[in-house]
Design a protein around this ligand. Structure first.
Ligand SMILES: [Zn+2]
Ligand SMILES: [Zn+2]
Ligand SMILES: [Zn+2]
Length: 115
């Protein structure tokens, strides 16, 4: 006899009490409803809706809304070579940083020396 023992005999009167002792301090985004546990996190997220970009790359002036994105970006300007920051070449006209001297010369010729 095929006696399929489905677990139907499970007692279904489990207590539905959420034993959450900590407060659900969530901050919902008013635009998309995404929940944030930290107000700061929500603040950063809100910028994606409002288009605010209060952070600026100190090397090239590019605007960012997310500090972590800015940090990632800034690293591109200063590649880590075993702890020592390689001396980048700065354009004296627009302060743009270029990693190679050749790039700097090229940049100056194309951007600042029209001939
Ligand atoms: Zn949102
Ligand atoms: Zn930059
Ligand atoms: Zn320049």
């Amino acid at each position: 006899m095929p006696d399929i023992s489905f677990a139907q005999s499970l007692c279904s009167n489990k207590s539905s009490s959420n034993s959450d002792t900590k407060e659900p301090r969530t901050h919902p985004c008013v635009f998309c409803g995404k929940l944030y546990t930290r107000k700061y996190g929500l603040k950063i997220h809100l910028r994606t809706h409002t288009g605010q970009k209060p952070l600026e790359c100190r090397y090239c002036g590019r605007a960012f809304s997310d500090p972590s994105n800015l940090n990632k970006h800034v690293r591109l300007h200063a590649p880590q070579t075993s702890g020592i920051v390689s001396s980048p070449y700065r354009c004296k006209f627009c302060a743009k940083i270029l990693v190679r001297r050749r790039d700097l010369e090229r940049h100056i010729k194309s951007r600042h020396q029209n001939n």
